[in-house]
Ligand binder design. Structure first.
Ligand code: UTP
Length: 405
């Protein structure tokens, strides 16, 4: 885009301040800035993109631990056969910034070992390898990174020989970035020729996979199911044959691993039906009455807490990819270059990051099987350095599950 077109575009969106230092930039820097501005999806940077009102909420039927236990062998056999037939792929979401953990490095390189090294990525690879070994099969592992951590993540895997996972079965792909906006609606600059950008949320995983040409590759490998999961749950069962088999048998287009809520007010998103379609409702969106509602069995009715481990059928994802997921705006502290040219690390929230979320994809899948798992065996998220969902709590849970630290 030439300078004139760029100015016109920015004027149309009231963002001409982005060219404040244009005259100081050399040709490559101008080109890069123009390219980035040209890539902006303006509908994704609007402050009007706040979360919408919810529809009518009702409970969703799922498989309880007891029911799963009774049919475990049947489900396992179906899942194992699908894995052996090359129908399953694993998608590791590792594009987040992990700000709560307070490390600049990719979250997966965090060392949770005590007397020896045990990296988060390493533990996840072990969990996946348990399944490939048991099934005697290979599973492609697709790892989503962001511009901010891509190089470091790839280098880390290379340096550690992919922790023994077959190199040819690992595929890295980068997620897209979204521009950050100040509280006044003006896009923020990180440097004189650089927009302040942040990863566009885990909802963008499939679009990014497609853009990287990996959907075609997975189609060629015969993949029919994607198991998508977060980097931070070190007890994560990946491509769990029982979960896969149960979802296939149920006929649902997607599945979600869930844990029973500890108490009515636990801060976890809950799987339910919204206007008859599956969806995840946040804890603060549940009314007091709904949060406390109990069924005839004494269990909380809205108690299926999602743990970010989903299965999606490949053909359904192709349809979902044409839908626009809702955009969530999160108020954050965003470092930026002030108009006087001084770089500022704000101490209070000064702008918004925009994200789409994977939990919104479940709605577009139209059917979803909630699959209950034992929390202490499958859920040890590392979000914070200490306290709840931290390195400390995850270590305890790993030890309880026989993992040597
Ligand atoms: P979180 O919501 O915990 O975000 O991500 P985060 O960025 O890792 O951590 P905080 O909030 O900054 O502390 C849940 C999962 O989604 C991935 C993360 O890597 C994690 O596996 N994710 C999140 C992405 O892959 N891309 C994103 O843009 C955001």
């Amino acid at each position: 885009m030439n300078e004139k077109a760029l100015r016109e575009l920015l004027e149309a969106h009231s963002q001409t301040h982005l060219m404040r230092w244009w005259d100081e930039l050399d040709a490559p820097a101008r080109e890069e800035l123009a390219r980035r501005i040209g890539e902006i999806d303006w509908s994704e940077t609007s402050l009007h993109a706040e979360d919408g009102a919810r529809g009518e909420i009702s409970p969703i039927a799922g498989l309880s631990i007891d029911e799963i236990e009774k049919r475990k062998e049947e489900f396992y056999a179906v899942g194992r056969d699908a894995i052996r037939a090359g129908k399953a792929a694993a998608v590791l979401l590792a594009g987040g910034q992990g700000t709560r953990l307070g490390s600049d490095a990719p979250k997966g390189v965090y060392d949770i070992g005590v007397t020896r090294h045990l990296y988060i990525f390493e533990q996840l690879i072990r969990n996946l390898t348990e399944v490939t070994d048991a099934c005697g099969a290979t599973i492609p592992l697709l790892i989503m990174t962001s511009e901010k951590n891509d190089e470091e993540t790839r280098a880390f895997f290379e340096e550690h020989g992919c922790f023994g996972y077959p190199r040819e079965d690992i595929y890295f792909f980068r997620q897209a970035m979204a521009p950050c906006v100040g509280l006044d609606g003006k896009l923020l600059l990180e440097d004189k020729g650089r927009l302040a950008l942040s990863p566009n949320g885990n909802g963008g995983w499939y679009a990014s996979l497609e853009r990287a040409g990996l959907v075609e590759k997975m189609d060629a490998r015969g993949v029919e199911w994607y198991n998508v999961f977060a980097v931070d749950n070190v007890l994560q069962r990946i491509c769990d044959p029982v979960f896969l088999g149960a979802t296939i048998v149920s006929g649902a287009a997607s599945g979600a691993k869930v844990v029973r809520k500890n108490d009515p007010h636990e801060r976890v998103g809950v799987l339910c039906l919204e206007d008859g379609l599956p969806g995840v409702i946040e804890y603060y969106e549940l009314s007091e009455e709904m949060a406390n509602l109990r069924g005839a069995d004494g269990q909380l009715v809205y108690s299926f807490g999602v743990i970010l481990n989903y299965l999606f059928r490949a053909d359904v994802l192709k349809r979902i990819s044409r839908e626009r997921l809702p955009l969530h705006a999160a108020k954050k502290k965003i470092p930026y270059l002030a108009p006087d040219g001084v770089f500022v690390q704000p101490e209070t929230e000064n702008g918004y990051k925009f994200e789409t979320l994977i939990l919104d994809m479940v709605r577009f899948a139209e059917t979803c099987l909630p699959f209950e798992v034992v929390r202490e065996r499958e859920f040890a998220p590392i979000k914070n350095r200490t306290g709840t969902d931290s390195v400390d709590t995850a270590r305890e849970l790993l030890k309880k599950n026989g993992v040597e630290l």
